[in-house]
Write a protein of this length. Sequence first.
Length: 423
Amino acid sequence: MKINSPRGTADLYGEDIDYRNFVIDTARRVFKVFNYKEIITPAFEYTWVFSRSIGEVTDIVQKEMYTFQDKKGRSLTLRPEGTASIARAVIENKMLFENLPLKVFYIGNMFRYERPQKGRMREFWQLGVESIGTDDPLIDAEVIWILNSFFEKLGFKKLVLKINSIGCSECREKFLFEFRKYLKPEVGKLCADCQKRFGKNALRIFDCKKSGCRSVLKKAPSIFSYLCPGCRKNFEEVLKYLEALDINYRIDQSLVRGFDYYTRTIFEIISEDLKSAQNALGGGGRYDNLLKQLGGPDLPATGFAVGIDRTIMLMKQLNLKIKKNEEKARIYLIAMDKNCKLYSLDILRYLREEKFLCDINFNKRSLKKEIKWAGENDYDFILIIGEDEIKNGSITIKDIKKYRQYQVNWENEKEKIKKIIGA
Ligand code: HAM
């Protein structure tokens, strides 16, 4: 039997874990300075949470959800995204009565039954923020500011922020009327999926990547031209804040995004270095009606999510390095036999309590090979404990980076040891 994980899933280990921790640590630091607090919600919800939020006729709800019945026949779904769950959680836990906006962030695995390809998985990881309780355009700008700072801190330089406004339900109603009128004589040229969308969810046609549909859309009216004065003004204010923050953006009037909950400002951050259709690293927008739609208070909100896996993929492609946060030296202790291991425990305990990354040899390699291995594996110091060291109560310390060697007494020269290894 071939041993493999389910299609579209991956094991993460080694270098990927280093990247992942760096990405998550960076996000946490950025979220903290903007005063966002962490929230953890379950990996599955009652199915209605997603169908009612994301929209019954979206691709995600129609084709991509992992839905199953539990033993009592209740319909449950593995979360395909975080926003709907957060909305459910803040309503249920009555988190919306204190100081608004409520600012939360989350990190979690998401599940979508999509065709796996480079940058597109069935289980993938997102980190995101949601800000609930104000429609002040400054919060739209703040959320984009966070996204921008996060990618800057990871070392990205050439990302593109695409932004659009899809207005409120009134703007959308007027636009859809005209859009359907335009599409009617062209329906036959659309793909089968878009023909279905034409009846139920025409806005989604803008999401289609098929060339036939794209050429039909070339002369289509854009929702942007149908914005009501309120939505237009709101959008202009968001852009003004972005300019004041020196955040580059590109207005893309064909940007719609695949969720029904969006209103007004929506955005996506893409990389032109990712030469595939999966070039969006993150996306988000305002969702002013979702809370009410789920039975909660009538409060506006906005947020974004970033794909962690895709971000790591691009970091590797662009050779962006992880900045190590460890300030303390990395130490490898080589104990020559069992007796030496026993003697070394005290030393290991001391160094680990002092918060050094400290490991001991478990392989049956010669001393020469152990030293070579430690040098190749990014250690700063090697500590050698052999029979002589036990006899003298000493430690041999090799500074690999500076090619120096010291002999120190373990019991009486702790300060000297600390000085050598840079405590
Ligand atoms: P989304 O655009 O569907 O938005 O997902 C955000 C990011 O998750 C994408 O830009 C992409 O990097 C990553 N992603 C999505 N699907 C996959 C996949 N199959 N494999 C790998 N990565 C993927 C949302 O999920 C919204 N909830 C964002 C939001 C928050 N809007 C308001 N608040």
